[in-house]
Design a binder for this molecule. Sequence first.
Ligand code: URP
Ligand code: ZN
Ligand code: ZN
Length: 480
Amino acid sequence: MTLTKVSILIKNGRIITSVTDKVSDIYIEGDKIKAIGKNLDVKSELVIDADGLFVFPGGIDPHVHMHLPTPAGFSADDFHSGSIAALYGGTTTLIDFVTPQRGQSMVEALKLRIEEAKDSLADYSFHVSPVEWNKKIGNEIEECIGMGFPSFKIYMAYKNSIGIDDNALYHVMHAVAKHGGIVLAHCEKGDEIEQLRNSFYEQGNTSPKYHALSRPSHLEALAVRRAIDLADQTQCPLYIVHVSASESVKHIIQAQKSEQPLYAETCPQYLLLNESVYEMEFTNAAKFVMSPPIRSEKDNHTLWQAIANGNISSVGTDHCPFTMEQKMQGKDDFRKIPNGAGGVEHRLGLLYTYGVAAGKISLKKMVDVFSTQPAKLFGLYPKKGEIAVGSDADIVIWNPSKSSKISAKSHHSNTDISAWEGFNIKGEPTHVIKGGAIAIENGKLAPNIEKGNLLKRQTTGRSHYFKYLHTPGSNNCGRV
Ligand code: URP
Ligand code: ZN
Ligand code: ZN
């Protein structure tokens, strides 16, 4: 059911964007921001007093996996449940993935995936994954871009299913660059990892810890280096997903210094958790089986620093939850534990608590990595990722004086486990507004909330990506 939207006036909130911090009013009509200013003289059907509260643009999570098929079954959230969890955490836009079977048309797979997502309550879009290379793939890349999907994720890991080799990657990058898109790369040396996994298992090492030991940092960093070189050769803008290791960050900084259009994403789990999680018994350790694995405290530190300095542009969640029953499929063989953890609901709370409140990043930087940079990099800006007249009215009103503890018992994701169990959170949304309508109010999902929109995105080619390249050390660096 579509409801007529009431106009909303948010009064006296402290509006934080990636570049400004000011107390003002915001007037919303329909699905857009209509006016911003002090003491706005407008008649509004709903007034929200935001005195003492922060107002952020709605979050864009550029990396989620809803209803992902795996040998252990689908990831536990579908687009409906996952989008509800997202909204509770202030994320109003999700970018998921289209992963075709080898031999299947990417365009066909994209159309099917669009159908699967139609019950999302957040707005949504997709990165498309070339899982092989041939001429047809080149044509389909052009077609996907023409349809409004200009970003393509490749996997250097998972070689026996969806991963591609360097030759295929070169051709994919060449085609994506030619048509003005961007490649996202999952960087882990797949062949070497496969050998390590099998040899650990054959020696009787079956527990979750061997998942981590078979995916060491240097095999991530080597793949990062290779992806950067191939992107340079093909002049292709590159976004490295879920960066977890200090060694990878070194390569990223080096390439950014040479002004290559290169961006990086990390996730809260690589900022806040360390390898001790794998020392616990199976039912705890299995929650942290994800790729790349959780690294060290030193890596946590490097990644925060890279965010503050602008070398890492974006924080996604890689939301890919499974239930304990699914994780148990790898009880006697870590290779069978489905990879991934949930987190779409907690990105803002974790960034605020352990980034801003802990003095590691500024509020503006938090907004930048949570919303603005993902919007800019993936062709959604300034419709999304901004609080400005004409932008979509996707807004989080955040009360910094509330506190809570994360638990699988109270989260909104469709799984009985959480990698964030017991984490304390400072702050919570009093309101999440999506497309001009209240989606969440004081911890409750609004009834009859409208479905989200499929977002077709724009690309303006390589020069677009240069435009948004961070200059480490510039005044946009986000140090507190
Ligand atoms: O372990 C993870 N990250 N699972 C999701 C798939 C991926 O590699 O992003
Ligand atoms: Zn990945
Ligand atoms: Zn992922």
